[in-house]
Design a protein around this ligand. Structure first.
Ligand SMILES: [Zn+2]
Length: 79
């Protein structure tokens, strides 16, 4: 399989290659804001993503690393 995937829509998960424009593996939560809709999704590899959907389309704002048994939610907030 060659990687001639259509990347115009913004890209794919760097960890497993799940296309950003595809259906999310799992929707964790969804919040409507003044600017649009913020959606937290979990990728097939376990990476948590924060997506913003607004008038300009879909953006991936933040992406965590894939699920790691050593870090299971204990370092979720790294600030
Ligand atoms: Zn992934």
């Amino acid at each position: 399989m060659t990687s001639t995937a259509d990347r115009r829509a913004g890209g794919a998960c760097p960890h497993c290659g799940w296309p950003d424009h595809a259906e999310p593996f799992q929707v964790v939560s969804r919040h409507t804001t003044a600017a649009g809709v913020t959606v937290w999704t979990r990728c097939g590899c376990g990476s948590l993503q924060m997506r913003v959907v607004d008038a300009t389309g879909l953006r991936i704002v933040s992406r965590s690393r894939p699920a790691d048994p050593a870090l299971t939610s204990s370092r979720f907030c790294e600030r």
